[in-house]
Each structure stands twice: as structure tokens, then as C-alpha cells.
Design a protein around this ligand. Structure first.
Ligand SMILES: *Cc1c(COP(=O)(O)O)cnc(C)c1O
Length: 214
């Protein structure tokens, strides 16, 4: 199986839902050649990287890059001019730094607020019940545009728990949705079909596209 075939199969499998779903390739550990191949399908909106150093080492301005991993405030400056969308805004200090660095670059940075949907202590993200307060806190930053939410869910959830959790996130997202707050990023290789059935319109796929990570 090759990368482009995998992507075409994934896109076909998404026809079970009636809404548009954007694909972000989760490209950690993959080579730039693998990333280029994925992008050559023309079906991938962006390459999503988890680590600043890895993004910088692969960076090529012919590719659209997203940042999907935990982001340290002191590293924002290295990626601010290189990324379309930062999926992982999970604290005030990070939003403030992104705003400041975006301003320096004469840019309004699109971001998603990361939701910790299973309330896992080991993971970053805002709890669902705290999202309104968090959005109020960061709303006044002029060089950030909040484009929606990105949900992370526990790896050990079964399908029923996943469905219930994705539905809860969707319910909150649909209360908040506007013309610009319109991304619901949830679903990875193991659970993206459940996520899109709950209304996800952006999915982040690594192994389903590239195979197991070595
Ligand atoms: C690795 C990763 C993914 C994709 O995971 P797969 O299971 O390989 O599809 C999605 N989102 C984030 C934040 C990741 O780090």
C-alpha cells in the first residue's frame, strides 16, 4: 500500500458523512519525502507537526504546515511565520505569546483551543466546562483568530466512550460555532470514523496514512 492510495481510501471512507472533512497529515517521525508524497495527493490540507525542532528541520515553504503538539512559549517565535493553524492553545500564557509574536510578524495567527475531553492530568487542554471562561480571557488578543477547538481523548477509551465524548465536545462546539469559529478538530487513525460521525470537520491522521511509526 502506498501513501497516496491510503489517503484516497480514507477520503472514500469519509463519504459516510454529509459534511466536509479536512485532513491534516500527522507527520511526526516521517521524512520530508513522505510528507511530499502525502501532499502530492492534493487531498491533505496541511502537514501537522508536533515538535518545533522537527518542523524546522523539515520546513519547506511549498508545504502548508500546522502545529498540533504541545507548544512551549519560548519556541513560538521560531514557527510563527511558518504555520497556518496552531491546534494546541491550552493556556493563557501561550495565547499571549502567540499574539505578541504574530504582531511582530504583521500576522493574525489562526489557532484552535485544545480541549482535554477526558480530563487526563497527563495531557494539556482546557476542560469542557471551562472553555467559555478561557475564550473570554483570550478574546481580546488582536493578533489571534480563534478558529475552533481541537479535542484530545484518552487512548484507552472503547468505542462507546469515544462516541459519548465526541458527542459532548460537538455539543459544546455547536454552541460556540460562528462563521470563523468553525473548526472541530478531533479524530486520529483509530477513531476518526467515530469522530466524523459526531461532527468532526478536521481529522489528524498519522498511521492511517503512513503506516506504523518505526
Ligand atoms: C500523532 C498525532 C496524531 C495522529 O496519530 P495517529 O494515531 O498516528 O493517527 C494526531 N494528533 C496529534 C496531536 C498527534 O500527536
Amino acid at each position: 500500500m502506498n501513501i497516496v492510495d491510503n489517503i484516497e481510501k480514507i477520503v472514500q471512507s469519509l463519504s459516510v458523512v454529509n459534511h466536509k472533512v479536512e485532513l491534516v497529515a500527522a507527520t511526526k517521525t516521517r521524512t520530508i519525502d513522505e510528507v511530499q508524497l502525502a501532499m502530492s495527493s492534493k487531498l491533505i490540507a496541511a502537514s501537522g507537526e508536533n515538535r518545533v525542532q522537527e518542523l524546522l528541520s523539515k520546513y519547506d515553504d511549498s508545504i502548508t504546515w500546522d502545529f498540533i503538539g504541545q507548544l512551549q512559549t519560548n519556541k513560538v517565535k521560531y514557527i510563527i511565520d511558518k504555520v497556518r493553524l496552531i491546534h494546541s492553545v491550552d493556556r493563557y500564557s501561550l495565547a499571549k505569546t502567540i499574539d505578541k509574536e504574530a504582531k511582530k510578524n504583521n500576522k493574525v495567527q489562526d489557532v484552535l483551543v485544545q480541549i482535554n475531553a477526558g480530563k487526563e492530568e497527563s495531557k494539556g487542554g482546557i476542560f469542557l466546562e471551562d472553555i467559555h471562561a478561557f475564550l473570554d480571557e483570550i478574546a481580546y488578543f488582536e493578533n489571534i483568530q480563534i478558529r475552533g477547538v481541537m479535542a484530545v481523548v484518552p487512548l484507552d477509551y472503547d468505542d462507546d466512550q469515544l462516541k459519548r465524548t465526541f458527542d459532548k465536545v460537538y455539543a459544546k462546539y455547536s454552541q460556540l460555532k460562528t462563521n470563523t469559529f468553525s473548526y472541530l478538530s478531533m479524530g486520529m487513525s483509530n477513531d476518526y470514523l467515530i469522530a466524523v460521525e459526531s461532527g468532526a470537520n478536521l481529522i489528524r491522521l498519522g498511521r492511517a496514512i503512513f503506516g506504523q511509526r518505526g
